[in-house]
Design a protein around this ligand. Structure first.
Ligand SMILES: [Zn+2]
Length: 341
């Protein structure tokens, strides 16, 4: 994945290419933006540009160094990520740890990185360190990392990838050049799902709509989750206005984990939008198989409330994905406000 192959992020990629071309690369970057929109691919592309033998400063994707960077086994490119992420990616097994794999990046990992960075690059002109999920750096790990940011070893480029950069200390953020990555558009996502992952047009549209701009999330959606979409919508539409007990049952069922609540809210976000579109007499809903239900639902909700419902669902989704409080309580609160109109 060379820089040129990263799609959907023209401003971010152009900023990196310009810095490479003019020799004004910073020693530390913060790639900020949602999960699964190309931050990691861009970090790989940047490392390739720095190590490429055929097209130095650009990256060819085909020479030995470019290939080894892509396979994550180039000696001058160091990866740092939480233990739990290593397990999730199959890079380590649970049995490799004598404790539950941590979701935080530990201070020991930062010390090990610093030791590696103290040596000269082995093959490439520069060393690159890529910190995946940098927001998972614990406070002591961040404080240790600050020393590296303040006095970077020569010939080193540090790249921090963060979907929640605000969780990093301001002193960390201020010492990095920030490159912002945006969510991919629904059309971009659908097109890539069709072209690169052989989804048929309908499935690609649906997955793109449910994925919140993230290709990674779109690819995670499987048939079972797409089936659950219907269940979420039908249960939601069956909720009575005048009896709160089924609301709490709904919140309990779909709020038992953060992942479940996020999935439920993503579905509801597409749904309340579909209902608003149906209410305005529009076409091309996301949930194309539920057009009749959307029309019926729109007839029951006053037009003024349709817009408010969308923002309530969006707010709940932000709260859940930013880990503010219990997912079940967030769902309850949203339903109470939705039903109050
Ligand atoms: Zn190359």
């Amino acid at each position: 994945m060379t820089l040129a192959a990263v799609t959907g992020q023209p401003r971010a990629i152009e900023a990196l290419r310009a810095a490479l071309a003019s020799g004004t690369l910073h020693h530390a970057y913060l790639f900020a933006g949602p999960a699964g929109v190309g931050k990691e691919a861009a970090a790989i592309g940047l490392a390739q540009a720095l190590a490429c033998e055929k097209q130095p400063g650009v990256g060819c994707g085909e020479c030995g160094p470019c290939r080894r960077i892509e396979r994550r086994n180039h000696p001058d490119v160091t990866w740092v990520m939480p233990e739990a992420e290593q397990v999730a990616r199959g890079l380590a097994g649970r049995s490799d740890f004598d404790h539950t794999p941590s979701r935080e990046i530990k201070v020991d990992q930062i010390r090990a990185l610093q030791e590696r960075l103290a040596y000269r690059a082995l093959e490439a002109p520069r060393k690159v360190a890529i910190v995946v999920e940098a927001q998972a750096l614990g406070t002591s790990a961040q404080n240790a990392f600050l020393k590296t940011l303040e006095e970077p070893p020569s010939g080193t480029v540090l790249v921090l990838l963060a979907s929640a950069p605000d969780r990093l200390l301001p002193t960390m953020r201020s010492r990095c050049a920030r490159i912002q990555f945006g969510p991919l558009s629904r059309a971009q996502l659908a097109q890539r799902l069709e072209a690169e992952h052989s989804l048929d047009a309908g499935a690609a549209q649906l997955a793109a709509s449910l994925a919140g701009g993230s290709l990674a999330r779109a690819l995670e959606l499987d048939a079972e989750q797409l089936g659950r979409r219907r269940e979420v919508i039908e249960q939601f539409e069956a909720l009575p206005r005048d009896d709160a007990r089924p609301w709490f049952k709904f919140a309990e069922e779909f709020g038992d984990s953060r992942e479940a609540a996020e999935e439920c809210l993503r579905v509801l976000a597409t749904w309340v939008r579909d209902v608003a579109v149906a209410g305005a007499g529009g076409a091309s809903p996301v949930n194309a198989d539920l057009v009749e239900l959307a029309r019926g639902a729109a007839a029951k909700v006053p037009a003024a409330a349709l817009h408010r419902r969308q923002s309530l669902v969006d707010q709940a989704l932000v709260a859940v994905s930013e880990r503010n409080g219990s997912p079940r309580l967030q769902l309850e609160r949203m339903l109470i406000e939705l039903m109050a109109r």
